[in-house]
Design a binder for this molecule. Structure first.
Ligand code: HAM
Length: 430
C-alpha cells in the first residue's frame, strides 16, 4: 500500500488533543488585549510582494530566501505573508485608521517562511501580533512590554528573559554603520562567507551571527548605543525607568539587531533556554519610519508578535495544565427506539443548557461505554428499553466512585444544571 499524502514539510496539523491548549492561549490573549484597549484586525494572508520588500528589507534573510512568492494568473507577484506588521500598517494606511488618532490593534494568523524546519521553527507558523500607531513617546513601548509580561503571568510561564536594545534612528544607524564597516574591514580575513556578503548588504546583521568563530570579533565591535543622539538616548532611558518602576526585569543586549529592517529605537525579545536554538518566543520593536517608507504620512508605530507554537512549547516544557472545558456528558442510546428518544432528549438539553458538552453515542452497549470512556466524559446518560418504558434516564458516574441514579426524563435538565454548577474545576496535563 502506498503511503497516504502527507502535509507539506514544515507545516503541521493541530490535532484535536492539542486544540484546547491553543484555544486557551487565544482566549487569554483576547481577554488581555481587550483589557488594554486593543481592537482586532483581520488581514489577508496574501499581499503584494513589493510590500514585504519595502518593509522587511530587500537584504534580509526573509526577503532574500524565505518568502513564498508566486505570480498569480495576472502575472502579479504575490507573497504569502511572512509576518504581520507590514500588512497591518498597509491596512492602517489604506483605510486612514491612524489619521489624527491613536490606534491599538491586534491580529492572529498563520505566517509563512521557507526556513529549514526544526524544533520550534516551521514553514507555516502562527503569530499573535499587537501593534500601536500614533504614539511617539516611550510610554507605549513600556505598555506593550508590560502587556506581554502580563500575558506570561496569565499563562503561568515563568523564567523568560526580556532582552532590550535600541537601534536609534536611520540617520544614527548610518553613522554607526560606517564605523562598524570600517572596523569589520580591518578584520575581513576573519569573517565567514556569509558575513563577508553581509558586509556589503546588511552589516548590522553580522552582529547577530551565530558562528562561534566570530564571537570575539563581534564582542569587540563598536556599539550602536555610543552613536545615538540625545533624543534617542532619552527615549531609551525613559523606557528603562518605566520598566524599572513597574518592576519588569530586563537585560540590555547591545547585539540585539532583529531580522527585519524596519525597526527604529526600541527593540526587544522574550527568550527562553527551554527550547534549544529557537528560544525567542516573542519579539518586536518600534518602526517609526515604516509608514513613510510605504508611501504614507509619518506615523509612529510599535508592536510585537509572539510565536504561538513556541509559547505552547514553553508551557508544555513547564508542565502547564489547561482548564477542563466544562462538564461533559454522553447519551448512551441502546436500541433503535432509544436513538429517537435520545436525540429528542439531547436537543432539549442543548436548549436548556447551552454550555453543556453533550454527545450522543450509538453502537453496541460495550462500544458505547468504551466511546464514553475515551471521550473523557464524566457522566453517562443511559437510555435503554427499561428507561424508555418508564420515561426515565439512568445516570452513571464515569470518573467518580458513586452509585448510579435513575431519574425521570423531566428531571434531567435540572439534574444537569445542578451537575454543571458543581463541576469540579479539574485540569488536564499538557
Ligand atoms: P519575528 O521576530 O520575525 O518578528 O517573529 C516574531 C516571533 O514569531 C518570533 O519571536 C518567533 O516566536 C515566531 N517565529 C518567527 N519565525 C518562526 C518560525 N519559522 N517558526 C515558528 N515561529 C516563528 C516579526 O514577525 C515582527 N512582525 C514582530 C513585530 C510586530 N514587530 C513589530 N510588530
Amino acid at each position: 500500500m502506498t503511503k497516504p499524502l502527507q502535509a507539506v514539510r514544515g507545516m503541521h496539523d493541530v490535532l484535536p488533543e492539542q486544540t484546547p491548549y491553543w484555544q486557551q492561549l487565544e482566549a487569554e490573549v483576547r481577554q488581555l488585549v481587550r483589557a488594554y484597549g486593543y481592537a482586532e484586525i483581520r488581514l489577508p494572508i496574501v499581499e503584494s510582494t513589493t510590500l514585504f520588500k519595502r518593509s522587511i528589507g530587500a537584504a534580509t534573510d526573509i526577503v532574500e530566501k524565505e518568502m513564498y512568492t508566486f505570480a498569480d494568473r495576472n502575472e502579479d507577484s504575490l507573497t504569502l505573508r511572512p509576518e504581520g506588521t507590514a500588512g497591518c500598517l498597509r491596512a492602517v494606511l489604506q483605510h486612514g485608521l491612524a489619521h489624527n488618532q491613536v490606534q491599538r490593534l491586534w491580529y492572529q494568523g498563520p505566517m509563512f517562511r521557507h526556513e529549514r524546519p526544526q524544533q520550534g521553527r516551521y514553514r507555516q507558523f502562527q503569530q499573535i501580533g499587537v501593534e500601536a500607531y500614533g504614539l511617539p513617546g516611550p510610554a507605549i513601548d513600556a505598555e506593550l512590554i508590560l502587556l506581554s509580561a502580563r500575558l506570561w503571568e496569565r499563562l503561568g510561564i515563568q523564567g523568560l528573559t526580556l532582552q532590550l536594545n535600541t537601534l536609534g534612528t536611520p540617520a544614527e544607524r548610518v553613522r554607526y554603520r560606517e564605523q562598524l564597516v570600517a572596523y569589520l574591514i580591518q578584520h575581513v580575513g576573519q569573517l565567514d562567507a556569509d558575513s563577508q556578503r553581509r558586509l556589503q548588504t546588511n552589516p548590522l546583521r553580522i552582529l547577530d551571527s551565530k558562528n562561534p568563530a566570530l564571537a570575539k570579533l563581534i564582542a569587540a565591535a563598536p556599539v550602536l548605543t555610543d552613536y545615538l543622539a540625545a533624543d534617542s538616548q532619552a527615549h531609551f532611558a525613559q523606557l528603562r525607568a518605566m520598566l524599572d518602576a513597574a518592576g519588569v526585569a530586563y537585560v540590555i543586549n547591545p547585539r540585539l539587531v532583529r531580522g527585519l529592517d524596519y525597526y527604529t529605537r526600541t527593540v526587544f525579545e522574550w527568550t527562553t533556554d527551554l527550547l534549544g536554538a529557537q528560544g525567542t518566543v516573542c519579539a518586536g520593536g518600534r518602526y517609526d519610519g515604516l509608514a513613510r517608507q510605504l508611501g504614507g504620512r509619518d506615523i509612529p508605530g510599535i508592536g510585537f508578535a509572539l510565536g504561538a507554537e513556541r509559547v505552547l512549547a514553553v508551557q508544555a516544557a513547564l508542565g502547564k495544565k489547561t482548564r477542563s472545558s466544562g462538564l461533559h456528558a454522553c447519551v448512551l442510546m441502546l436500541g433503535t427506539e432509544a436513538e429517537i428518544a435520545g436525540l429528542v432528549l439531547s436537543e432539549q438539553l442543548h436548549t436548556a443548557l447551552p454550555q453543556l458538552r453533550l454527545q450522543t453515542l450509538v453502537g453496541s452497549v460495550k462500544s458505547q461505554f468504551r466511546q464514553a470512556d475515551r471521550s473523557g466524559a464524566s457522566l453517562a446518560l443511559i437510555l435503554g428499553s427499561d428507561e424508555l418504558v418508564a420515561g426515565t434516564v439512568t445516570i452513571k458516574y464515569l470518573r467518580q466512585d458513586r452509585a448510579q441514579v435513575t431519574i425521570t426524563q423531566d428531571q434531567l435538565a435540572d439534574f444537569m444544571r445542578d451537575a454543571l454548577s458543581h463541576d469540579a474545576n479539574d485540569t488536564r496535563a499538557i
